[in-house]
Design a protein around this ligand. Sequence first.
Ligand code: FCB
Length: 465
Amino acid sequence: MTNYVFPENFWWGSAASGPQTEGRVAGDGKGENIWDHWYDLEPEKFFNQVGPSKTSQVYTKYKEDVALMKATGHNTFRTSIQWSRLLPNGTGKVNEQAVTFYRTYFEELIENGIEPFVNLFHFDMPMPLQEKGGWLARETVDAYAEYAKTCFELFGDLVKKWFTHNEPIVPVEGGYLYQFHYPNHVNFKEAVQVGFHENLASAKAIQIYHETGQDGEIGIILNLTPSYPRDENNAEDVKAAAIADAFFNRSFLDPAVKGEFPQELIDIVKELDIMPVMEEGDLTIIQENKVDLLGINYYQPRRIKAKETPIDKDRAPLPDDYFDNYDMPNKKMNPYRGWEIYEKGIYDILTNTRENYGNIKCFISENGMGVEGEERYVNEQGMIEDDYRIEFVTDHLKYVHQAIQEGTNCLGYHMWTCMDNWSWTNAYKNRYGFIAVDLDQDGKRTIKKSGHWFKEVATNNGFDA
Ligand code: FCB
């Protein structure tokens, strides 16, 4: 039996986001974002046709939710401000009801000993800005900088940990390459421009935050997916994996932490003649405004092999022209969601940040297990016995612990998520929470077995295994 004790003041908690939890109440003043718009347009694209208004209703239930977070051992919690709630038009006039809501929510957290970590952008582009091109448009970078400044001014006395984006590669992949986010384009050139603007916007927000002189920190949340080559002794596989890594991880990790873009990426973008439009001084802003801390979301790795399937010459290029996904035999799968489970990936990411990114201050900002049909595990007392989730978190935490023992500057672990919440087009299909939400009973909350377990872990600052 080993004693897994974590460093003092370790951050135990979970993450969520505004668009996935708040819901919409008549008269709350919220403007439209891309999710509201897309759902109205094509509700059939969403699992069981459940859209962004039918979320876990934190807008009205936040007091109960904070009490539940406390009951499950949280000392920290991340959510996001919804841009379209605070600034219904994307810029300009502030919605005062939103200010009251967020201030009250954050105060409630603080009063209960839970520090709020606040993210500015979690996939929720306000519709008036999307109509002008969203992240494709330079105007959005300026609008975002104004929005960030407004947030620091309105909430900076309460919030000391800010994040510029959650998983900024996802709007690039979903919106401009693989069609799982609005506007569902497939255009590599646009994808590159969107990624560049997101990076620039992040650096600008960091600059603005540091200029306020507030006594907090600002970072970014990245979903880092280690890219493992099929065969480490095969130079072509190794090269393909490095390219996938440059596209999906280093495209944001390098600018955020080192202030520069990876050379592999620049080479490809130049070769394809799809360099983004930039203004003079942009690269200096990125170079000079790096993150104070890094949030790492980890779910599953990428398995990569050298390109074997021929490229379809009739279609425009995509990142996939440089590698193939490798379906590794005998990999461990989450039987409820079809994602690979590879616990050591979390250790590899943490080791990489220590060895290659100056051992930057970091924390695990999301990790978790999506489960479809979880109701089947309800016991006679009405509690979901999610032993699989306890095992999943334990196995990952062991590797986090090992990385810390070896010197990685990892300050915390946040589960995705606390309350089951609305997961974009998957809606409520896969449940991730350690607290169940019953949509048929007005969002009734019940702590799962994992929630009680997490409370123990947080209280003891570790576990024995
Ligand atoms: C992550 C997102 C989060 C949630 C989980 C399941 O990629 O950050 O919003 O959807 O996946």
